[in-house]
Design a protein around this ligand. Structure first.
Ligand code: 9D3
Length: 489
């Protein structure tokens, strides 16, 4: 990633981002930082870059010419995602940070005085972003805040362990209080439950603390959390059919885009979207509801999972718009059927025994091996595999240090990507790989579930042997295909 910053105070940016974790990451070339002094591009004699606003009013404005020339010096003829940091921008969020972290190059424009001449903003700015509702003296700190939040998402900046940790983070609630030695400080005792070493009781206490803290300090988040929990509870009555939505919501990745109990057929209208994986999940009470839900599918959805045949007709007939970030030239797409699957889940809380001992989390050394053997039809390509390795979501079976098979967790939360070399099959290695992944999921408080090709009887048998149960319904996966034939994961 390349960050460019246009500013009147270049030392501030270089100083602020040159320390600590980000300083170290820049030293390792995980990103580059190019700070440009707008004043270097003024055409006025005394380095002047500001003037009075037409129409009057307090203060000065930055003029268009120096800002534009500084921009041109960086961008040349290219089009760069250009973020104007301004109190009038959209709020900066973790979601925005994630979105911007996928760009190759970002340019931040820091305002000063009362702002910048609107005409230059119209020509160069792609996003206007604020860091919150309070008044600062300039855009330098906000730019640094945003670069910090984006850079820590780049591969290698925090290291593999930290990103693996992220998957278990309960993002709807605030974190619980933590304690370290000594056991008593200023007469205050560390809570008893944390000293007893009972993993389950500790987890329950922490969750309770998170909930009460969130209720007290962030009523807005607490309300969202309660709404989610209520829907998870209702989905529970048909757990096998609904586990994909329940897991998306419980893990914090899924958002409820629509939920209503129409109460006639026993089915409700639910639309859940996991923006991290681009997967949309839904059930509709009837065709009328189905059409209404189809209207609400986000433009950046890449996949849709359905379990009602009538939804297929509705979805395949429609044209969907695309957010256009990746293929700006062609913004229309249609959803096309890819695979019909059984959905299976593992409900016991007990971990499985892993008979084959040489199973470990994979590193990037395994990348080319996985690319070679991962079935293309499951879809994703090399970028997806690299992302999964970096997320710590892929595990391998080894024989004398040599990789002979793998399994993992998809971005949407389902288990999969199972492969064992032909010459090593029939020895329970696949079973052990899966058991290992199941145990990892259980350790994070997740319910393991997966999709099996509807016709793959042998795979059903293997899953049943491990303790998985199949949902009554079959699940159809649809993938967005754009007008120019491109697909994306
Ligand atoms: C008199 C109008 N002011 C707006 C409330 C003008 C003004 C105040 C502060 C213009 C610029 C600034 C400096 N702030 C930023 O550039 C800024 C900012 C902020 O102040 N708060 C939150 N996010 C941001 S992003 C850039």
């Amino acid at each position: 990633m390349k960050f460019h910053v246009l500013t009147l105070f270049p030392e501030m940016i270089a100083q602020g981002l040159g320390q600590g974790i980000l300083g170290k990451a820049a030293g390792k070339q995980l990103f580059t930082l190019n700070v440009v002094n707008i004043r270097d591009y003024t055409q006025e004699r005394h380095g002047k870059v500001d003037d009075y606003p037409y129409g009057g009013g307090a203060g000065m404005l930055m003029q268009a010419q120096p800002v534009y020339d500084a921009y041109k010096a960086v961008a040349g003829g290219r089009k760069i995602r250009t973020i104007y940091v301004t109190p009038q921008g959209e709020p900066f969020t973790q979601k925005k940070a994630r979105e911007l972290s996928e760009e190759e190059e970002l340019l931040f424009l820091c305002g000063h005085y009362e702002g910048i001449d609107e005409r230059v903003l119209e020509e160069i700015v792609t996003d206007s972003v604020s860091i919150g509702d309070y008044v600062l003296t300039g855009g330098e700190l906000p730019a640094m805040v945003m670069i910090d939040a984006i850079a820590r998402l780049l591969p290698g900046v925090l290291g593999n362990d930290a990103s693996a940790e992220e998957e278990s983070f309960h993002c709807d609630l605030l974190e619980y209080p933590q304690y370290s030695r000594p056991e008593i400080w200023h007469g205050k005792q560390v809570p008893e439950v944390l000293l007893a070493g009972d993993h389950r009781k500790t987890a329950a206490w922490r969750l309770e603390q998170s909930i009460s803290r969130t209720a007290r300090r962030r009523p807005d988040l607490y309300e969202k959390y309660c709404k989610k929990q209520d829907i998870i509870k209702r989905l529970f009555s048909e757990k096998r059919n609904n586990i994909h939505m329940m897991e998306a919501l419980a893990s914090g990745r899924g958002e409820i885009l629509y939920a209503a109990d129409t109460g006639t057929s026993g089915e409700w209208d639910i639309l859940v979207y996991d923006g991290e994986s681009g997967i949309c999940m839904m059930t509709a009470a009837d065709e009328t509801s189905g059409k209404m839900l189809a209207e609400r599918i986000p433009a950046d959805a890449r996949w849709i999972v359905i379990s009602q045949p009538f939804m297929k007709e509705i979805l395949e007939k429609r044209e969907f718009s695309d957010s256009g970030r990746t293929f700006p030239e062609d913004r229309k797409g249609k959803f096309r059927e890819t695979a019909l699957c059984g959905q299976m889940l593992y409900t016991p809380r007990e971990t499985l025994s892993v008979r084959y001992k040489e199973v470990h989390r994979l590193s990037e050394k395994a990348f080319s091996y996985i690319c070679l053997h991962y079935p293309e039809k499951e879809g994703g390509g090399e970028d997806y595999i690299r992302e999964r390795i970096r997320a710590g979501a892929l595990y391998g079976a080894f024989e004398e240090e040599r990789l002979i098979g793998f399994a993992g967790v998809h971005r949407g939360g389902s288990l999969g990507m199972l492969y064992v070399e032909e010459s090593r099959r029939g020895r329970g290695i696949g079973e052990s790989l899966e058991a290992y992944v199941v145990n990892q999921m259980l350790g994070k408080g997740r319910t393991p579930y997966l999709y099996v090709d509807e016709k793959d009887i042998a795979m059903y048998r293997l899953q049943e042997k491990l303790g998985f149960y199949k949902a009554r319904k079959n699940f159809l996966w649809l993938k967005k295909v754009l007008a120019n034939g491109m697909t994306l994961c």
